[in-house]
Design a protein around this ligand. Sequence first.
Ligand SMILES: NC(=O)c1ccc[n+]([C@@H]2O[C@H](COP(=O)([O-])OP(=O)(O)OC[C@H]3O[C@@H](n4cnc5c(N)ncnc54)[C@H](O)[C@@H]3O)[C@@H](O)[C@H]2O)c1
Length: 438
Amino acid sequence: MRAVIVGTGYVGLVTGTCFAEMGIDVICVDIDENKIENLNKGISPIYEPGLDELIEKNVAKGRLKFSTNLSECIEEADVIFSAVGTPPDEDGSADLKYVLDVAKQIGQNMNHYCLVVTKSTVPVGTAQKVKQVIQEELDKRGKNIDFDIASNPEFLKEGNAVSDFLSPDRIVVGLESEKAEEIMNRLYKPFTLNGHNVIYMDVPSAEMTKYAANAMLAVRISFMNEMANLCEKVGANVNMVRRGIGSDPRIGNKFLYSGIGYGGSCFPKDVKALYKTGLENGIELKLVKAAEERNNEQKLVLFNKLKAIYPDLTGKTIAIWGLSFKPETDDMREAPSLYILNALSKQGCKIRVYDPIAMEETKRRLINLDLEYCQDEYEVVENADALLLLTEWKEFRLPKWDRVKEKMNKLILLDGRNIYDGNEMRALGFYYEGIGTK
Ligand SMILES: NC(=O)c1ccc[n+]([C@@H]2O[C@H](COP(=O)([O-])OP(=O)(O)OC[C@H]3O[C@@H](n4cnc5c(N)ncnc54)[C@H](O)[C@@H]3O)[C@@H](O)[C@H]2O)c1
């Protein structure tokens, strides 16, 4: 079985590497020559725990290869996964340009039966568009070649992607033919041996499942953020409320944390795209819209707390712990930190930042902001008038507070992820605020 994975980003590279780990021959293809050149030298374009080791191992075994030449790779493929980006278009809908470009190339080059699987997150109906584009290209070439399409949305979490892919909660597959089911069965058999569940369904349901999952999680986060904001006003502690409601099995205790809003490459764009799909179909998805609105406001909650403490922030030194949208990733797409840093910069603050992994990516994205990039969590607090915790990296959980206190100018700590105990911090001499905590 030979699989070609088109798009070698967070999803494509992890998918390709994990399939190779299970013994499948994989070629990962990307149009970004620099990315492929680096991968061929053993340099991964992303930070993802455990990934580098697996890439190295599977390249050495000859099961994992990288290429920029899709047409050549199609020659050898039994199954082609499309894992290219689906960024938001100007109106919020998913931009399918990359997905349809890949379909076109497949149609232009396919000479034998292939199963074409969409792994990118795409609106309902996209797999049919992919099918149509491939067929049109085959017709142009006068070729009568059988092929199938399938939808296999990805549920991995950045920061835990390898482990999620190798031991998935579930694998969702949308299909139209028995032949496609046979191929997907063979491909995922090594993953299901440990009892992991493959859920087969029709293609539109599979496409919809991915959006419904992300929207549900986004609504849950925004709901807890609203509860947190109200807790502050009424003298309740959201951490207690979370434990209180999370013990109800109908609610469950996962994904109930309040903070400075969701970010990353998926929730923000998928929530927008789902809302757009609703409108196109005559349904206003009001909960989905509300989740987005709450999130937009939540990103600046910590900044507003700081502004309430220092109405004039000009010349104040603000230290930042954590920049990536969540721990264990270098991904900065839609990270709340981007919004907070921009807001601080407009106030004329001196901004000192530290993140264990995402500093290079921040430099690239915030080239116009004057930020002081520091070596570690202690250097960054030098002379700080306040410290803002934005990403809950493990190394921020138990810092040596004496060292921090020695260096800071004013002991103000704003905890955007509720990882510290307010009473403990106050006992240490800090002015402390979390999100909805006491
Ligand atoms: N990142 C996540 O956590 C995650 C999780 C689940 C699903 N998804 C979905 O998976 C898809 C990919 O996301 P990602 O984060 O991996 O994106 P990414 O931006 O990291 O990677 C996409 C890659 O596709 C390449 N590409 C674009 N056009 C191409 C073409 N014609 N041929 C070959 N390569 C091409 C780009 O150069 C890039 O390397 C998106 O639809 C996303 O919503 C992402």
